[in-house]
Ligand binder design. Structure first.
Ligand SMILES: [Fe+2]
Ligand SMILES: [Fe+2]
Length: 151
């Protein structure tokens, strides 16, 4: 395994974005497809969020200054908005209803915003604060933890 923490997370971002785009292309007639896609998104996302919050985010908060602490709190709140409000709400929505598409769009926009911020601000900061070897060992820990959360 030659992935470091950042490349692992970026790859997961691409996977989730692809699934969100697929979800947006579905219609209210494709309830089963919507349910299946949403389940895939939710599982991937919950594992992703956990490995960020357990390994990458605390490392950033502890190694950085006030700027990093602010970034940390903002990112955690964005996770919370998605995982405690928007995602559970969508999971309770009838996939054959008109509300579903609207709520799926809100989820997609929130996640795209969050991913953009991570990739343009948070990750570059992490790359400056840590050595390549540290990023690699963080990536290994994250990959192990991810397996636990996916099963
Ligand atoms: Fe995140
Ligand atoms: Fe992320």
């Amino acid at each position: 395994m030659d992935k470091n923490a950042i490349s692992l997370l970026k790859q997961e971002h691409e996977e989730v974005k692809k699934l969100l785009n697929k979800l947006m292309e579905t219609s209210s007639g494709a309830a089963k497809t919507r349910t299946d896609l949403l389940e895939k998104i939710a599982t991937k996302l919950r594992a992703h969020t956990k490995i960020e919050e357990e390994i990458l985010y605390p490392a950033l908060r502890d190694a950085g200054s006030d700027k990093e602490k602010k970034m940390y709190h903002e990112a955690v709140e964005e996770h919370r908005a998605v995982e405690e409000l928007v995602l559970p709400d969508l999971e309770k929505t009838d996939p054959s209803s008109n509300e579903f598409a609207g709520r799926a769009k809100v989820l997609k926009e929130l996640l795209e915003h969050h991913i953009d911020e991570e990739e343009s601000e948070l990750f570059p900061d992490v790359e400056q604060l840590f050595e390549a070897s540290q990023l690699k060992s963080m990536g290994e820990k994250m990959a192990d933890l991810k397996q636990q959360y996916l099963h």
